[in-house]
Design a protein around this ligand. Structure first.
Ligand code: PLP
Length: 427
């Protein structure tokens, strides 16, 4: 029995399914999750000291790679001054200033402890601001696990086969309208019918929780347009794409303006954090300035703030995002070529340092239906083959992959070579 297997057996005695977030349990791909002991740069090391080249990167935050020495030093230094005060600190202002400076549509920003809290609060704010109840989301997009947003959701909800979770009151789910991602006409029709009842649209500007689906040209622009016409708030959920597809997220990448932006992952450098921010006239409705309530014991805590500040400093080195994109291209092109050699039908999407592979004959995958039609059984065999080879991919076919600044060309070439061997065993 491996150490991971015995640790998993122990964990299942005291934690539901042995994990604190469902996809980690490997239910989709089968087998035993690897238990991680430490991480460094591009690598994870499991409890049996096996090394993996990691393309999950803690589900996105570690854009610099794991345990960057400057981030770790900043956290250690802060820890010596205290872990949490429950009172304002200058650090919060510094991180807020940095976000407002970098993101042109962000005039005020509030810190929370997770992406879920950020999107949940953003929706409450949009409802409070407009006085309307209905929200629009897209099938296969995941915005965390708050009630209103667990309707036809992606990521683990999709993997576990419960995109619309039991426990969400029907009365609440009735207020969530779910449309098809990248279906421009569907959006226009919905707003033509009931636009004046809709508080907000919430969308992943690049969908990263049904694998990786970029927006088709005109999709995000249409969302902006219908919100402007109807008075609905446009929430761009950049928890995943923020500081990942570019320094200014998908908004900078596609030139689209949000009313409210939600952030998480990278802005905490690996510590628990989230944020929502945007136009002053909307953000001023939040307590204590306005009547929409939102709070948090550990919100803006100094450990997360210093990890975020240090990370944001480091990712502003000139050329970092070009490098990330070039590395992602190298990986995706190499893996596609290896699949072709082996006669395995495979296609891919990529934006900045996000990518996704699809086991399908389709030339392009741009919506939820196409994602669901992919060969998940073949993905699962690919996943386990790669894991054996020392490459850690997300343990479900509905998740995007991530490149980090710490991955070397050699790591990438080793990954491609591993994929070539695994494809040979699949065909
Ligand atoms: N929004 C998006 C786009 C996400 O990808 C995620 C998590 O993966 C969330 C929100 C929820 O963030 P958290 O897991 O920090 O609650």
């Amino acid at each position: 029995m491996s150490k991971s297997e015995s640790l998993f057996a122990e964990a299942q005695k005291v934690i539901p399914g042995g994990v604190n977030s469902p996809v980690r349990a490997f239910r989709a791909v089968g087998g035993t999750p690897v238990f991680i002991e430490r991480a460094e740069g591009a690598y994870l090391f499991d409890a049996d000291e096996k090394r993996y080249i990691d393309y999950v990167q803690s589900w996105g935050p570690m854009v610099l790679g794991h345990a960057h020495p400057d981030v770790i030093e900043a956290v250690i230094e802060q820890a010596q001054s205290g872990l949490s005060f429950g009172a304002p600190t200058e650090l919060e202002t510094e991180l807020a200033e940095e976000l407002c400076r970098l993101w042109p549509n962000m005039e005020l920003v509030r810190f929370v402890n997770s992406g879920t809290e950020a999107t949940m609060s953003a929706i409450r704010l949009a409802r409070g601001h407009t006085g309307r109840d209905k929200i629009v989301k897209f099938e296969g997009c995941y915005h965390g696990h708050s009630d209103s947003l667990l309707v036809k959701a992606g990521s683990g909800a999709l993997t576990m086969g419960v995109p619309s979770s039991p426990g969400v009151p029907a009365a609440l789910a009735d207020h969530t309208i779910t449309l098809t991602y990248n279906d421009i006409e569907g959006v226009k029709q919905c707003f033509a019918e009931i636009g004046e009842q809709i508080a907000c649209i919430i969308v992943e500007p690049v969908a990263g929780n049904m694998n990786c689906i970029p927006p088709v040209p005109g999709f995000l622009e249409t969302l902006r347009e219908v919100c402007d016409q109807s008075g609905a708030v446009l929430i761009l959920d950049e928890v995943m794409t923020g500081f990942r597809v570019s320094l200014t997220g998908a908004q900078g990448y596609y030139g689209i303006e949000a009313d409210i932006t939600t952030l998480g992952k990278v802005i905490g450098g690996g510590m628990p954090v989230g944020a929502f921010g945007g136009k002053r006239e909307i953000m001023e409705k939040i307590a204590p300035l306005g009547p929409v309530y939102q709070a948090g014991t550990l919100s803006g805590n100094p450990m997360a703030m210093v990890a975020g500040l240090e990370t944001l400093q480091l990712i502003q080195q000139p050329g970092l995002y070009d490098e990330l994109t070039a590395k992602t291209d190298r990986l995706v092109d190499g893996v596609l070529a290896a699949a072709k050699e082996a006669g395995i039908p495979l296609t891919a999407n990529k934006v900045g340092s996000m990518f996704g592979f699809f086991f399908t004959d389709a030339e392009q995958v741009s919506n939820y239906q196409q994602v669901m039609a992919c060969d998940t059984e073949r993905f699962n065999r690919f996943f386990h083959g790669m894991l054996d080879e020392g490459v850690y991919l997300a343990p479900a076919s509905y998740e995007a992959g991530f490149m980090s600044a710490a991955h070397s060309d050699e790591d990438i070439d080793n990954t491609i070579a591993a994929a070539r061997r695994v494809f040979a065993s699949l065909s």
